[in-house]
Write a protein that binds this ligand. Sequence first.
Ligand code: NAI
Ligand code: MG
Length: 355
Amino acid sequence: MKKYDISIIKGDGIGPEIVDEAIKVLDAVSYSCGFSLEYKEYLMGGIAIDVTGVPLPDETVEGVLNSDACLFGAIGGEKWDTLPRDLRPETGLLNFREKMGVYANLRPAIIYDELVNASTLKPEVIEGVDIMVVRELIGGIYFGKPRANDGETAYNTMVYTKPEIVRIGKKAFELAMKRNKRLCSVDKANVLEVSQLWRDTMEEISKDYPEVQLSHMYVDNAAMQLVRNPKQFDVIVTGNIFGDILSDTASMVVGSIGLLPSASTGDKTAIYEPIHGSAPDIAGQGIANPIATIESAGMMLRYSLGEIEAADKIDTAIKKALKDGFRTKDLAAFDAKEVVTTSEMGDIIANNINK
Ligand code: NAI
Ligand code: MG
């Protein structure tokens, strides 16, 4: 039997609650598809500070590097907000991403038919939306040097090297190959040199992927098109700052923050996590929506382990739970037949795996 080593970081707040539900579903689907998952738990964030004194223990970095994939909950909370910046949970997370070299952030925005009313956009505009935003995560203006602010003048530098563009570009083309083979590269090439290099490089890479239809769009237009007609997009690839903004826009298309998974991938171990935080306001009440984390576990099976059938089963199981009218509290207003707890939602989805 195939066996995979999975590193688990539950974190703080609702982190442990939602990760437990994802593990429930992973256990059901691995059993059903005939492979086994071995979990090892590591500390990070506030809990790591409490136990070890630092937000990112070396043991965590090492353990995750030695695993096939990492499932991550969320970190942070008021208790640690007054610590010096380098000791804060959030600093641990940024260091973690950098150490894992996760240059590509994948954020799918898929609308579940049952939840079209949960979006602020009209049903006919969003029905059937299935977009993958591929954002460059460890380069561009957020990391570029020089940067400074002397109180009179401030500046940042938007910089991309060709190898940085090539690695994110290839990732996006590979993803497009597995989907509907349409890739839209978003830039500001009419104004920025760095965008011109980005665009030229995407054109060059496209020669290796003749089946993928590559198009280019300026970022201002892309922001408008995402809310005007999101269905026109399949895969979007873009730099760090444009991707930051556009992926949030794309996420609002689908309704609740509790539904959105993500993958941060590079050349080492990939990290799979919901896009939301540790939600301290609802922690411990059994009302957090576990779907974003369960869907993140599905992405882990699909992209890191290549267990496509299992990933598809998770998607189907989530859709069935929603179709049957089960809703956690955040979605209770949208066609709910029954409002369920975090753990009940996990049970329902896990049970659906074999239906
Ligand atoms: P948040 O995403 O934790 O919560 C925002 C709002 O959405 C809250 O009202 C929360 O109750 C709700 N929410 C979030 N996830 C939900 C779910 N699964 N089901 C139902 N409702 C959900 O963002 P916030 O409040 O700004 O940050 C809280 C803490 O999380 C902070 O310490 C922050 O630094 C940390 N954080 C951690 C992240 C991570 O670990 N990747 C990402 C973002 C924030
Ligand atoms: Mg952001």
